[in-house]
Write a protein that binds this ligand. Structure first.
Ligand code: TXE
Length: 481
């Protein structure tokens, strides 16, 4: 059974306490590997390596940093199939999804930031004949990068790439639920020739490793993606040390369909935004609002499309809906579907754990795509993040009413608006309180744009120039004439 060890100072090393956690395959419910159950001692070891590597790495010319990160991107693309299979086994997501989305986007993340640093501009200002001011952007030092289980390689690379590109060193902690692709990434970094200590990965639980990273005085920058509850703990730990923190947290994203929308596109897009990765994407549109005149037609056609999604063994090429990542997450999904019925909802589709998918997956964590209707807009099912293959559909009568529904939410991560009325698209996009608004599309990503949430969906922006600025310190130098 593979033992996933820590990657510190360019070496794969045992955790100091010698302990390991079982790494469960969601599709079977059985352990298929083990992951280091590290603690603060391992974080200290990684900090020593990152501290030692920082002087040389931060002074490495951008062209050389770029070349190394581009090499990592090339190797990720070379190992696409191996990485996709590892990701599918580790997370329960369909192999086809890992192959088409997660792994290619991880390579894109490295490629984007590797080239972005070759074209950065620093501002300069001539202060009315008195002085000359210029802005110097410098790497901040050792960064702490904590990532979740839903898009493990995609979100880990989304942090590692910009952090290293601008000259920082990093200590990363993937989710203990999905550590396998992080191991494979470390092997790629060694092959690419990344200098020892630039990237260090310490595996383990949040309380033992994550908390040690967020509380350590030598780690001045924290980039976290995960749940809102944990995000609050990270912020509390970082605040007394005045750390720079970026938090990408949960969402309860509205997906608004006006009657004038191209309904074919809106239905296809809504099926994808509701159930991609079994609904385990923080950007999923879990609250669908449909203008009343189109509501019945939408619901019927949406349910018909969803019922055609093939749920199965994630490793089966034809599978479109795989397993839920863990027993805990499966229990959370089941809890909310039960709660919805107590709140007056109707299970229009799904709702029951399917019979065994196949012999291999008989003990796996599976839940069918589930559609809930007839719920009050402000019930718990419509306010709390479920993070599974569960979507609610609610009718609305006016633009003002649906914007009120969309914004009456503790989260503010992303939204979709389906309409062919351009003025309405701009008007609604301006009024919705989410960090991203997609119009007639979903999950179209351009790495140059700022990405992040409002309210309990997080603080800070990643992506593009914002990420490069997050991972650097801006210094003003003022020289008198
Ligand atoms: O996330 P956690 P979990 C949501 C989703 C899910 C909920 C919890 O609703 O049900 O969050 O999921 C590390 N200090 N999202 O339990 O706990 C942990 O080890 C520092 C949305 O997976 O937030 C892991 O590496 N780190 C999200 C990472 O934090 C700590 C994607 C995320 O774990 C820590 C995933 C601590 N005290 C879940 N405790 C999104 N926005 O995409 C845990 N960790």
């Amino acid at each position: 059974m593979t033992r996933i060890r820590n990657f510190i100072d360019g070496q794969f090393v045992e955790p100091m306490g010698g302990k390991y956690l079982d790494n469960i395959e969601p599709a079977t419910g059985q352990p298929y590997s083990q992951v280091a159950d590290s603690d603060a001692r391992d974080v200290e070891r990684a900090i020593a390596a990152a501290e030692k590597a920082f002087p040389a790495w931060s002074k490495t010319p951008a062209a050389e940093r770029s070349r190394l990160l581009l090499r990592i991107a090339d190797l990720i693309e070379r190992d696409l199939e191996k990485l996709a299979r590892a990701e599918s086994i580790d997370t329960g997501k369909p192999l086809s999804l890992a192959r088409s989305l997660d792994i290619p986007r991880a390579a894109s993340n490295f490629r984007f930031f590797a080239t972005a640093i070759l074209h950065t501009e620093n501002e300069a200002h001539v202060t009315d004949g008195v002085a000359f001011n210029y802005t110097l952007r410098q790497p901040r030092g050792i960064t702490g990068l904590i990532s979740p289980w839903n898009l493990p390689l995609y979100l880990l690379s989304w942090k590692i790439a910009p952090a290293l590109a601008v000259g920082n060193t990093a200590i990363a902690k993937p989710s203990e639920l999905t550590p396998m692709t992080a191991l494979l990434l470390c092997e790629i970094c060694v092959e690419a020739g990344l200098p020892n200590g630039v990237l260090n990965i310490v595996h383990g639980t949040g309380p033992n490793v994550g908390a040690a990273i967020t509380a350590h005085p030598k780690i001045g920058t924290i980039s976290f993606t995960g749940g809102t509850v944990t995000g609050r703990k990270v912020a509390e730990a970082a605040a007394p040390l005045f750390k720079k923190v970026s938090l990408e947290l949960g969402g309860k994203n509205p997906n608004i369909v006006f009657a004038d929308a191209d309904l074919d596109a809106a239905i296809a897009g809504s099926v994808r935004s509701s159930f991609a990765n079994q609904g385990q994407v923080c950007l999923c549109g879990s609250r669908v609002f449909v203008e009343r005149s189109a509501y019945q037609n939408f619901v019927e056609r949406f349910i018909d499309k969803v019922s055609q999604l093939k749920q199965g063994d994630p490793l089966d090429e034809k599978t479109e809906q795989g397993a839920i990542v863990s027993k805990t997450q499966l229990d959370k999904v089941r809890f909310y579907v039960d709660l919805a019925q107590k709140e007056g909802g109707t299970v229009a589709l799904g709702g029951k754990v399917p019979d065994s998918i196949n012999e291999r997956c008989r003990d796996g964590y599976f839940f069918p795509p589930t559609v809930l209707t007839d719920l009050p807009v402000s019930c718990r099912t419509n306010r709390e993040e479920i993070f599974g293959p569960v979507v609610t559909i609610t009718p609305f009568d006016s633009e003002e009413e649906v914007i009120g529904y969309a914004n009456d939410c503790d989260y503010g991560l992303a939204s979709s608006v389906w309409t062919q009325n351009l003025s309405r698209a701009h008007r609604v996009a301006e009024k919705i309180h989410t960090g991203t608004v997609w119009v007639n599309c979903w999950l179209v990503r351009d790495l140059r744009v700022p990405f992040g949430g409002m309210k309990q969906s997080g603080v800070g922006r990643e992506g593009g120039e914002e990420a490069l600025r997050f991972f650097t310190e801006a210094k003003n130098v003022c020289i008198a004439k």
